[in-house]
Design a protein around this ligand. Sequence first.
Ligand code: NAD
Ligand code: IMJ
Length: 258
Amino acid sequence: MPELLSGKTALVLGVANKWSIAYSIASAFVREGASLVLTYQGERQRETVEELAADLKATRVLNCDVTKPDELEQLVSELKQLSPTIDAVVHSIAFANKDDLSRPFVETSRDGYLLAQEVSAYSLISVARALSPLMTAGGSLTTLTYLGSTRVVQNYNVMGVAKAALEASVRYLASDLGSSKIRVNAISAGPIKTASSRGIKDFSKVLDAVAAVAPLRRNTDPAEVADAAVFLASDLGRGVTGNVLFVDSGFQIVGIGL
Ligand code: NAD
Ligand code: IMJ
């Protein structure tokens, strides 16, 4: 099989550990011949991400907390020295206060709302603004979203509202950046066990409920999300922008599943 990303440089934001969806994506990108740059969120993650990056033979590992404009600027200046162009960017970042993912949605505080929006939605806009000038040969920006943006999913709450804003941002960014040949898309993944889902109340029940009714009658494997990300980053995805691509065993089409 020919490599789909050879000659391309990819930046992947959001690897925290080997269960991260971003890690599966990074490893599929390397399999397809991309040269890889990873970022981590602060000193606490550095060692783990550096070890994973070494396994993947990533060319560089850089610090970047997306809520800190100076760190994004620093990232851009280091990338400029590293590679003449960036061809693919993956944004796999979300955060909300844990309390806001278990209490009734109506109790969401202003601070909790703004935090979820800043980290999970606004950061896509700041990443696009910072990195698009480096994507001089055109390219692809892909983010991760979840069905809770358009449907009520128990406990997803403030994250659902942030994902709605993220998906709308994908469309506006796709419109702005299309003339620079930069495509912007989201992958809506089915529930996957990661650090961001493990602690969630009743998450195992969610996994079982999805597998029981999804057309494919199983849960989503992060490798399937990663292969869709390869498609979007590759030339095979050249006509696709402003889209939300569901990689969820088909769960989102189900009305009543028996
Ligand atoms: P994860 O915890 O491995 O990844 C979340 C990442 O966000 C971490 O690497 C964390 O460091 C990063 N992050 C949080 N705040 C940040 C900040 N201020 N600056 C930089 N990075 C920051 O969990 P995951 O499940 O791999 O989540 C990745 C993405 O996939 C998220 O957008 C999530 O909403 C989405 N998603 C997850 C699932 C699922 O079931 N796990 C399903 C659909 C979509
Ligand atoms: C998260 C909460 C509630 C229900 C959920 C999830 N379902 C799924 C997720 C059904 C699939 C995972 N997901 C799609 C996310 O986007 C998770 C985001 C997240 C998770 C945490 C947990 C730990 C924490 N803050 C978080 N912020 C965002 O402190």
